[in-house]
Design a protein around this ligand. Structure first.
Ligand SMILES: *[C@@H]1O[C@H](CO)[C@@H](O)[C@H](O)[C@H]1NC(C)=O
Length: 277
């Protein structure tokens, strides 16, 4: 009986030893795979894990002093896709640039192999719910909105690509063009793209438009159906909405929106305007 027990013990120990012998080459293989990662990749992985460890993406960033979060906005026009003069609707393709600072996403590059910039998936960090407010139809969904660029000082750059359908008004031709417009029967449309957030009021976010014009440097096709971009302008407006029609005291705080105005004309005198191709 004693012999049998000790024999079982010997067999058990032997099997543990053999399985540990069997396991150790596997462990070494795992090690060699992780060794293939460059120090930069390892630093970026460690940084991504550290930044997101206690990050609550539904909470908006804001300066410690309680002032609103500044969001810089600009719009780069890529294409003027179509102009519907009857319905006064234009379709455009553009990039909406938004930059802000999220202090939770800052780090010291010397702690991370001098990594200064990280591409972060937009579904893992806070992104403002800024949308086209005067949209028409459902052509406003971002084409791509997957990545934001984050720099070590906590500044975030997010630029969704947008296909927009917007309503326009008939414009007033300038005096020198009006005579030609009358002869040719040409017309002008003023199209305003209003971007803002329905949820964050002016105490929480502050929209800033550093440039007074839209960016045309990314433009691929600036003319559609004989219409050309004549001019653009950019400004920030406020609007106060009544939340509860019967209670004047419960006025909602003002909402801000960045207004990007595109003036297009099919008067041939503007043909050379921005259309340098
Ligand atoms: C926003 O634009 C201003 C210039 O108008 C600039 O000083 C500031 O650094 C910008 N902020 C961010 C987060 O890019």
């Amino acid at each position: 009986m004693k012999i049998l027990i000790s024999l079982t013990t010997v067999m058990f120990v032997a099997s543990v030893q053999s399985s540990s012998i069997h396991l150790s080459p596997k462990g070494q293989d795992g090690q060699s795979v992780s060794d293939n990662r460059s120090p930069g990749t390892r630093a970026r992985e460690r940084l991504m894990n550290t930044l997101l460890a206690n990050y609550v993406k539904s909470v908006n960033p804001g300066p410690y002093d309680g002032s609103p979060l500044q969001i810089n906005m600009s719009l780069s026009l890529i294409n003027l896709d179509s102009v519907d003069t009857k319905e006064r609707i234009i379709e455009t393709h553009s990039l909406l640039w938004m930059t802000w600072t999220d202090e939770r996403l800052s780090w010291n590059p010397s702690d991370y192999h001098e990594v200064n910039k990280l591409h972060m998936p937009t579904d893992s960090i806070w992104i403002p719910d800024i949308d086209l407010l005067n949209n028409d139809g459902d052509a406003n969904k971002p084409v791509s909105d997957m990545i934001a660029d984050v720099t070590s000082d906590g500044s975030v750059i997010y630029a969704p690509e947008l296909h927009l359908k917007s309503l326009c008004e008939t414009g007033q031709e300038a005096p020198e063009a009006a005579r030609i417009a009358r002869i040719l029967g040409s017309s002008e449309l003023v199209c305003k793209l209003l971007f803002g957030s329905w949820t964050y009021d002016t105490t929480e976010i502050k929209l800033v438009t550093p440039s007074s014009q839209m960016d045309m440097s990314t433009l691929i096709r600036l003319s559609a159906d004989n219409f050309h971009v004549k001019s653009t302008s950019v400004e920030v407006d406020h609007k106060t909405f009544n939340c509860c029609p019967n209670d004047e005291n419960k006025k909602k705080l003002p909402i801000q929106f960045a207004t990007f105005t595109i003036v297009i004309s099919n008067n041939p005198i503007y043909r050379r305007g921005y259309n340098t191709r």
